[in-house]
Write a protein that binds this ligand. Structure first.
Ligand SMILES: *Cc1c(COP(=O)(O)O)cnc(C)c1O
Length: 389
């Protein structure tokens, strides 16, 4: 996700002029320009850049927003995962059950601490980890379960938490794509033991660079994350544990505080765009050709991505690109077949639902500022493609 978004929003000039861009961060900035400028200048005037009041206020506001006790800012979503794993004192030899159909950082953090990612396949309806598969993968070496709320839809947390309780395992939610989503009226980041968010610019709450957050209701874990993010030091120049340097910049926190106030409105716009897509696909009789995202009443989907599933995906994508409609693929290759994870010994065919998904999913533009007319253009172009295929 990281690299592709840099290409779509800034680097690739062909995409920047498209009729329907994949994401339009300039349109969002235009709405909140004065507030953001004021907040950023405030930090520059104080010249306090590392941690400080903006960061602690954002931490309180995020904790309040998701309903949990503690939130701890850090340098990225990837670092949030690393800090969460370190806070649980997970280490070499430990097995952590996760999905192969996710961004590389999820399993990367597990490997980085020397633990072993144990992949289990997804539920093809939700693209999230299948709890029945999780149960089957538990061994005496299993030390945690790490579900991802892919595209902004929470994983099957009711089953996962039950299973975790039964086996006395901590749960780490990778909620990088899912701030504001909920399962059984509990917000993502307030369900697992210690949980992770990302403020990468393409996420539904994005900052002006990299940023992340760890959330938990456990005071000891919160304390450990706070110490771990400053080199394992509670007092300057005295390290009690081996930590890292991973803080959220005050400048990012100030910008995020402005944007957090708009998040609910933006989320409702994303949800309303999703409803429009459903209606338009139905009107065009495409709901049999195009598999739409699953929505069930016990979960709130925040549509960080609106992902359809289609045949002839790559040709459709090319057809849309020619008409100036940008799309993305999250993710074109599952993790178990990637070179970085070859040492785990998995093979193609091990996780068929993830492999099929990687060849058939297509993310359509869903950002809050997307207009009705743009959505009509997208659906017309898809209808046009299938009328000849
Ligand atoms: C974006 C993302 C991350 C990593 O976040 P960064 O802030 O880019 O480090 C981790 N997991 C998932 C599922 C993500 O989408």
């Amino acid at each position: 996700m990281a690299n592709s978004i840099l290409e779509t929003t800034a680097v690739n000039p062909a995409r920047a002029t498209s009729l329907v861009p994949f994401l339009d961060l300039k349109a969002q900035f235009a709405q909140i320009r004065e507030e953001v400028e004021h907040a950023a200048v405030g930090v520059l005037e104080k010249q306090q850049f590392i941690l400080g009041p903006e960061v602690s206020q954002l931490e309180s506001e995020i904790a309040e927003y998701i309903g949990c006790r503690y939130a701890i800012g850090c340098a990225s979503g990837s670092d949030a995962l690393l800090l969460a794993l370190l806070s649980l004192e997970l280490a070499a030899g430990d097995e952590i059950i996760t999905t192969p159909f996710t961004f590389v950082a999820t399993a990367g953090a597990i490997s980085r601490i020397g633990a072993r990612p144990v992949f289990v396949d997804i539920d093809p309806d939700t693209y999230n980890i299948d709890p029945n598969e999780v149960e089957r993968a538990v061994t005496p070496r299993t030390k945690a379960i790490l579900p991802v709320h892919l595209y902004g839809l929470p994983a099957a947390m009711r089953s996962i938490m039950q299973l975790a309780g039964k086996h006395r395992l901590p749960v780490i939610e990778d909620a990088a794509q899912a701030l504001g989503s909920a399962c059984d009226n509990r917000k993502a980041g307030n369900i697992g033991t210690v949980n992770c968010f990302s403020f990468f610019p393409s996420k539904n709450l994005g900052c002006a660079g990299d940023g992340g957050m760890v959330t938990t209701n456990d005071p000891e874990l919160a304390d450990r994350v706070r110490v771990l993010r400053v080199h394992g030091s509670r007092h300057k120049y005295h390290s009690e544990i081996l930590g890292i340097n991973s803080r959220l910049d005050a400048l990012q926190a100030a910008i995020l505080r402005v944007k957090l106030k708009h998040l609910e409105i933006w989320t409702e716009q994303r949800r309303s765009n999703a409803a429009s897509y459903r209606e338009l696909f139905r009107e065009h009789g495409l709901d049999t050709r195009v598999l739409l995202p699953t929505e069930t009443p016990e979960k709130r989907h925040v549509y960080n991505q609106f992902v359809i599933r289609v045949t002839d995906r790559d040709q459709l994508r090319e057809h849309l690109a020619k008409q100036g409609i940008a799309t993305e693929i999250y993710y074109p290759e599952p993790l178990h077949t990637q070179a970085a994870f070859a040492y785990l010994g998995y093979h193609p065919g091990d996780f068929p639902h993830s492999e099929v998904a990687s060849k058939t999913v297509l993310a359509l533009p869903i950002y809050p500022e997307l207009s009705r007319q743009q959505q009509i253009s997208v659906v017309h172009a898809i209808a046009d493609f299938y009328s000849t295929h």
